[in-house]
Design a binder for this molecule. Structure first.
Ligand SMILES: Cc1ncc(COP(=O)(O)O)c(C=O)c1O
Length: 333
């Protein structure tokens, strides 16, 4: 019987994407590896996109594809949703960046606060990385402690303190009782990684033991309620409530990274699982697909950013914070 030989998928891809190939060759001359974002690169080269509508993407060679990525979950209503396009057009026409506040930032903050009651106050930033950086800084300032605790495999953006033990090769993980703190990138000093206490997810006994060992030294414990990059692992046996209780007892600021999980419930995963963090990180969907993120929570902690009594303990400038186009895109019409 004659064997039917399927074409190699990579060959098929290359044959159907000559324009992407040419663009990639140009990109190689101006960007390292031809890309400006590690997470969109893959071999032999990524498809270059000409447009997106709803759940579909068209590449520059005219092939239509279903987009299962949706810019890593940021596009909850898909590509170029007509209502988002309309409010963004209207916002741009009014002017798209001011060195002054606009009402739109108050309205988006109020919507978030109504949905996520643990967020008594918040600040807008431009990326989840920034949100994590400021939340950890606030936790350190609030507690006067240096160390932070995070989970093995937990991704919270590209700030040095969170880029520890994210995709650690198995041989470098260390013992289960005390996982090693492994810098994720060249250029992150081991001294920085040593400030990070690494914990195993869903293992109450080991978490308890490790936190006890560092008692009085940990400023913040940061966790994704359902760790996404680690494989969308649901918390088991009340793990998040356990973390809430133990951080409360140990005087540790409990930070929930809801940058992806905010979408699992109108009030985020914290409403779904019934836990109240001290601080929450938000991003992706809150900007309707635009670069908007936020961190917020208890008023006493957020008060460290309050400039009313002179220089705030934590200054927080940022050219694009609360920019009115992103604010408009994030608001349901
Ligand atoms: C859970 C989580 N936290 C933080 C970040 C960092 O966000 P950004 O890429 O906006 O810096 C991401 C990004 O994918 C994320 O998934």
């Amino acid at each position: 019987m004659a064997m039917f030989r399927k074409k190699q998928p990579v060959l098929e891809y290359q044959e159907s994407t000559p324009r992407s190939r040419r663009l990639y060759d140009r990109a190689l001359k101006v960007m390292p590896g031809g890309t400006t974002r590690t997470s969109v690169y893959f071999l032999p080269y990524p498809p270059y996109i000409s447009k997106g509508r709803g759940c579909h993407l068209w590449d520059v060679d005219g092939t239509r594809r279903i987009d299962f990525v949706n810019n890593y979950t940021a596009l909850i209503v898909g590509h170029a949703h007509p209502q988002v396009v309309r409010v963004v057009r209207e916002a741009i026409a009014r002017g798209f960046a001011f060195a002054s506040p606009t009402e739109s930032e108050i309205r988006l903050a109020q919507i978030i606060q109504e949905r996520v009651p643990s967020v008594e106050q918040l600040r807008f930033v431009n990326s989840g990385t920034e949100a994590a950086m400021f939340a950890l800084r606030a936790a350190r300032a609030f507690t006067g402690r240096q160390k932070i605790a995070k989970f093995e495999g937990g991704f919270h953006g590209t700030y040095d303190l969170t880029q520890v033990s994210v995709r650690t090769p198995v041989e470098k993980l260390g013992p289960k009782e005390s996982p090693l703190s492994v810098p994720e990138a060249a250029g992150i000093p081991q001294e920085t990684a040593d400030q990070v206490v690494v914990l195993p997810f869903n293992d109450q006994e080991k978490v308890q033991r490790i936190l006890k060992r560092h008692s009085g030294q940990i400023a913040a414990l940061i966790v994704e309620p359902i760790p996404a990059m680690a494989g969308m692992i649901p918390p088991r046996n009340g793990f998040l409530s356990f973390l809430r209780d133990i951080t409360q007892r140990e005087g540790i600021v409990f930070i929930l990274d809801e940058i992806i999980t905010l979408r699992v419930h109108p009030g985020g995963a914290q409403s779904l699982y019934g836990v109240k963090p001290d601080l929450t990180l938000m991003g992706k969907i809150i900007g309707g697909g635009f670069p908007v993120a936020a961190f917020g929570g208890r008023k006493e902690i957020m008060g460290l950013l309050d400039p009313r009594s002179g220089a705030p303990a934590i200054p927080h400038p940022g050219t694009y914070n609360g920019n009115p186009v992103g604010m408009a895109a994030g608001m349901p019409p």
